[in-house]
Write a protein of this length. Structure first.
Length: 492
């Protein structure tokens, strides 16, 4: 029986049996050799899969330096993104670019009139932003188009709308207080999120709220942020809601009169319509009138439609830097969906594409991937498996530098919470972390280390909480990992 056809109760029973076996294995001191500090968490009830080992080079053989149930399959959270990065590099190479097109079934007349619909066909670009749409509209203007008598249509035929698989994303259809739960479409822009800038106004009066990507906000704004005295406390909340089919951002709080402007990002309830509104605004600014309506479709452009203008996105290597360094869920799931060859892909299809890639990684073993971001708690892998992936990419001399560049050295990491541990850990390790807090805590980390003799090693640590241990701080996990890796680095 396949994993996807297994009854839910059978899957739970199997997981319970695996948990019993894993706890038995954790009790063996020899399994924790080399990871003595991390092993403290096992006795506290946390489920752990961990392994650190040297990589073989030339006539030197690789050596396992420490492990704790390395084959135990646990939730990796955003460590999943290293799978997405590796599969993307393998499929397309670092210089690949996604293309977004404007098409029409007609050509502009000599007076600049386009007597047909203008269709934006989304190319699944995870990094498409307003600047790219501006270049696209400028290129359309350069073809001579000044007026469109038809409709403006945004086509998400490649994939979209993508069904939500997590609570946060399902909630975002109606309400969102974050940007990490952005919904998915092949025709998305600005990472599927709206952005406003909040700046102080006159003391005692309302703050000034402007759009980050257009002259005026393209959605309703309820501004309840007041301007306080200089050096007063600044703090405000923002919730994007949908009412009567229209999106609206509700802001409440205060901002000091001498505070710098602050940008606020909130996931859009319909990212394809967000793209349509943004594009229409830019067409108007550049001097192209749209006389028809604005709509979104999941159908492709008509067979007779031809390209009027196009824009290529950033190279894949730049996309991966942003996706990994900032653990961008939207970009990761977009890339995973792009790996699917059939149109109208869903996250299950993206997971299957990632699993197909992993099947070709030597020594990996079983894996369950339901998304490319790791937001889905059903993702399962082992420390041994992730290390096999890291070793595989290490051996890919054509791709390894780009893969490694997406990882963070703690001392220079954009995520402040990883700037912990000794100077050895901070400078001899490159890593990717993963975090989930519901239904239980997940703290996962993977990457490479360099020993004092310049040997390369790989390590993966996944700590999953249980109902009796639902939370653990990142500082606790990283401090223990740092102590164990410090010793390995110094001793080799």
């Amino acid at each position: 029986m396949s994993r996807r056809s297994m009854p839910f109760w059978s899957y739970i029973a199997l997981s319970a049996a695996m948990a019993v076996l894993s706890l038995t294995a954790m009790a063996s001191p020899s399994r924790a050799a080399g990871l003595d500090h991390l092993a403290e968490l096992s006795s506290q009830g946390y489920r752990i899969s961990a392994e650190a080992r040297l990589l073989g080079t030339g006539d030197q053989q690789g050596e396992v330096l420490g492990s704790i149930t390395p084959d135990l399959m646990l939730t990796p959270a955003s460590v999943t993104k290293v799978y997405t990065a590796a599969a993307s590099l393998d499929a397309w190479g670092p210089q690949y670019r996604f293309t977004t097109e404007l098409k029409s079934a007609a050509r502009p007349s000599t007076d600049g009139t386009l007597n047909s619909d203008l269709i934006l066909e989304g190319g699944g670009d995870p990094s498409l932003v307003s600047e790219d749409l501006w270049r696209l509209t400028q290129r359309l203007y350069q073809t001579g188009v000044r007026r469109v008598t038809g409709n403006l249509v945004v086509s998400q035929a490649l994939f979209g709308p993508v069904n939500c698989r997590t609570t946060d994303r399902c909630d975002a259809l109606e309400r969102s207080d974050n940007a990490y739960s952005a919904l998915l479409t092949s025709a998305g822009v600005n990472y599927g999120s709206w952005c406003v800038q909040v700046a102080p106004g006159a003391v005692g009066g309302p703050a000034r709220v402007t759009s980050c990507n257009s002259h005026e906000p393209l959605f309703g704004v309820d501004n309840h942020v007041t301007t306080g005295a200089a050096s007063s406390t600044s703090g405000f909340g923002a919730v994007r809601v949908v009412e009567d089919g229209q999106e609206r951002l509700v802001l409440r709080g205060s901002i000091a009169s001498n505070a710098l402007p602050q940008e606020v990002y909130r996931a859009s309830g319909d990212p394809a319509r967000q793209t349509a509104a943004t594009l229409k605004s830019m067409l108007e600014l550049v001097g192209i009138d749209i006389e028809g309506t604005v709509s979104v479709t999941s159908d492709p452009a008509p067979g007779g439609a031809t390209r009027l203008a196009a824009v290529d996105g950033k190279p894949l290597q730049e996309i991966l830097l942003r996706m990994l360094n900032y653990s961008n869920n939207y970009m990761a799931d977009m890339l995973a969906l792009d790996l699917v060859e059939a149109p109208q892909a869903q996250l299950d299809d993206a997971g299957a594409a990632l699993e197909a890639f992993v099947a070709g990684v030597p020594g990996h073993g079983p894996v369950v991937l339901e998304s490319g971001s790791g937001l889905t708690v059903g993702n399962r892998t082992s420390a041994q498996g992730v290390n096999a992936l890291n070793e595989y990419m290490f051996q890919r001399s054509d791709l390894f530098p780009l893969y490694l560049a997406g990882l963070q050295t703690p001392t220079n990491g954009p995520m402040r919470f990883i700037r912990r541990g000794s100077s050895t850990f901070q400078s001899h390790v490159m890593l990717k972390t993963g975090t989930l807090n519901q239904p239980v805590a997940v703290r996962a980390v993977t990457g490479y280390f360099r020993t004092s003799s310049n040997r390369w090693g790989v390590f993966t640590v996944m700590v999953n909480g249980t109902s009796s241990t639902p939370y653990i701080s990142w500082s606790r996990v990283l401090d223990l990992v740092s102590l164990d890796l410090d010793r390995m680095i110094a001793n080799h």
